[in-house]
Design a protein around this ligand. Structure first.
Ligand code: SAH
Length: 251
């Protein structure tokens, strides 16, 4: 099995594939101001198995294109769409966030929870802007330093994992310089990491290792995830996910 196949196998049974929460998706929807608007066209990029996609469909008058690189995650979302009879509201597309097949300025909103890091925050917000109508909403969650300074150990860990990690004020400046007006920000509370993501992932480690424990990269994956969890337990006062909501300005 490839590293990617192992990662999918470990995470496909989770409600979410990254830190987040239904309550926080709802809060971002409130802050976005999209609720009063009819007939929205939205893309949920890096949607995973679609926790946020389903909420967007429930809360908004919208058609949603749910994009993820991983067909196995989209298959789970497709099953949920069929179960809930939402096929006229949600369409899934297996493609990469840096080569979207969206053509033209068609979107009222781009949603992306815990995924833009795959192409980098600045690169992502700059390249997705061309699909958003002026006044359209960008709502993304992203790894964020919560304080101006932090212990060297946690700084070194995340700089190695994701060098674009930065403070909310720096991320807002990136948005401002890329032609957006930030309209909302909140940090995800700790339960979004611990109860919604790490604990459920942990409960799957044993069965995962029963299936794949003979593969060295599978053991390394579990070790890396355990290390990340330990870093979070120890240093969560200093980093978390920030949810950024911004409005695309006219050119
Ligand atoms: N938004 C979901 C998933 C977050 S995990 C949630 O919050 O639960 C990150 C997701 O990004 C995964 O589903 C992964 O398959 C997807 N991904 C990784 N690289 C990608 C790429 N280049 N293009 C599109 N999706 C990608």
């Amino acid at each position: 099995m490839t590293d990617l196949e192992l990662l999918i196998d470990l995470h496909k049974d989770g409600h979410r594939q990254g830190p987040g929460g239904d309550e926080q998706t709802r809060l971002a929807i409130e802050l976005s101001g999209l609720k009063d608007q009819p007939n929205l066209e939205i893309a949920d990029i890096g949607c995973g198995t679609g926790a946020s996609t389903m909420l967007l469909a429930q809360e908004l008058d919208a058609h949603i294109t749910a994009v993820d690189l991983c067909p196995e995650f989209l298959k789970i979302l497709d099953d949920a769409i069929a179960r809930e009879d939402l096929s006229d509201r949600i369409a899934t597309r297996a493609e990469s966030m840096d080569a979207l097949s969206i053509r033209g300025v068609t979107l009222d909103a781009i949603w992306s929870e815990g995924a833009i890091y795959n192409m980098g925050f600045e690169n992502g917000v700059r390249s997705w802007r061309e699909f958003l109508k002026p006044g359209g909403i960008l709502a993304i969650s992203e790894l964020t330093w919560l304080t101006g300074e932090r212990p060297e150990e946690v700084e070194a860990y995340w700089n190695a994992q994701y060098p674009e990690v930065d403070t909310a004020s720096a991320k807002m400046a990136i948005l401002e310089n890329a032609g957006y007006a930030p309209i909302g920000y909140f940090p995800l509370p700790k339960q979004c990491w611990i109860y919604n993501y790490y604990r459920p992932t942990q409960t799957r480690f044993e069965a995962f290792l029963d299936r794949h424990g003979e593969i060295e990269t599978a053991r390394a994956l579990v070790a890396a995830e355990r290390e990340e969890m330990a870093v979070y337990e120890r240093w969560s006062d200093y980093f978390g996910y920030g949810f950024y909501i911004a409005r695309r300005l006219a050119d």
